[in-house]
Write a protein that binds this ligand. Structure first.
Ligand code: SAM
Length: 273
């Protein structure tokens, strides 16, 4: 059977085999009756059967064609389940999650090699989400909770922190997977906020300010900002002066409110031009 083929390292296939952890993830996901659920990377279905029992609608996105076909076959009697045989990074999540009026619950044991990229995409559809319960490499999870001015603080911390209240539910040790990864993992709950943690003006501008500030971690903030696309339309020295932020600082020392301040100023100027 395709589902028992050797796990593919290239697709981050570390399958959950610990029933206790599987139960804890399902509990943490707190699926409400009739809620639509998206599972990214169902793999051999450790979580999928439980999700199919609880969800009003379940969409699975699996990049391993053999596993996707196996799920199609296993779940063919379940009208409320859809299997998408695709790379989650290429799926139009906005369109998919707008198919229902109800907001979605995302549950996933994410493939580690693309987890940060997936987080960015889920950040992009925060307004379509009711909740997320994600298993991440513990280090990636730690980054999401990192304070400014430490090496773990980065783009994901600032962007996800704007729209989600993030809490770590529990840590998962390598022995709970087959094959065992080399590092610990963590399950995190992401609850979307009704309002962002700070007023940022235009969200695309905010994303671009944050990404540019972290683009060269050893360089000063002013040098990082100058290389951004928006710097063609504004004067970065004026920007920093207006916000009272010293351009000799490094991007990683800025708080969310300081990023928001920069973003609001750029938003106003870029829109006027
Ligand atoms: N959910 C299963 C579990 O907990 O045992 C499997 C988790 S495994 C860590 C990650 C899963 O994501 C694998 O099934 C893998 O094939 C799938 N995957 C990897 N890259 C993907 C991508 N770009 N898009 C969709 N699924 C992907």
């Amino acid at each position: 059977m395709s589902a028992v083929r050797r796990p593919l390292k290239s697709l981050g296939q570390n399958f959950l085999v610990d029933e206790n952890i599987i139960d804890k993830i399902i509990q943490a996901a707190n699926i409400q009756p009739d809620q639509p659920v998206l599972e990214i990377g169902p793999g051999r279905g450790a979580l999928t059967t439980h999700l199919a029992e609880r969800a009003g609608r379940l969409v699975l996105i699996e990049f391993d064609h053999a596993l996707a076909a196996w799920h199609q076959d296993q779940l063919k009697g379940n009208q409320h389940v859809t299997v998408i045989d695709a790379d989650v990074l290429k799926v139009d999540l906005k369109a998919l999650l707008s198919e229902t009026l109800q907001k979605w619950n995302v549950v996933a044991n994410l493939p580690y090699n693309i987890s940060t990229e997936v987080l960015f995409r889920l950040y992009g559809v925060h307004d379509r989400l009711a909740r997320m319960t994600l298993m991440l490499q513990k280090e990636v999870g730690d980054r999401l909770a990192a304070p400014p001015d430490c090496s773990a603080y980065g783009v994901t911390t600032v962007l996800l922190g704007l729209w989600f209240d993030i809490t770590r539910a529990f840590v998962v040790h390598p022995g709970s997977f087959h094959p065992s990864p080399k590092v610990d993992s963590a399950v995190l709950n992401f609850i979307p906020r009704t309002k962002p943690r700070a007023e940022v003006g235009d969200e695309d501008v905010f994303r671009s300010v944050v990404k540019s500030a972290f683009s060269m971690r050893r360089k000063t903030l002013i040098n990082c900002l100058k290389s951004a696309e928006f710097a063609k339309q504004i004067n970065c020295c004026e920007l920093l002066e207006a916000c009272g932020i010293d351009g000799r600082r490094r991007g990683e020392t800025l708080s969310l409110e300081e990023f928001a301040q920069l973003s609001r100023w750029v938003t106003e100027r870029v829109c006027k031009i």
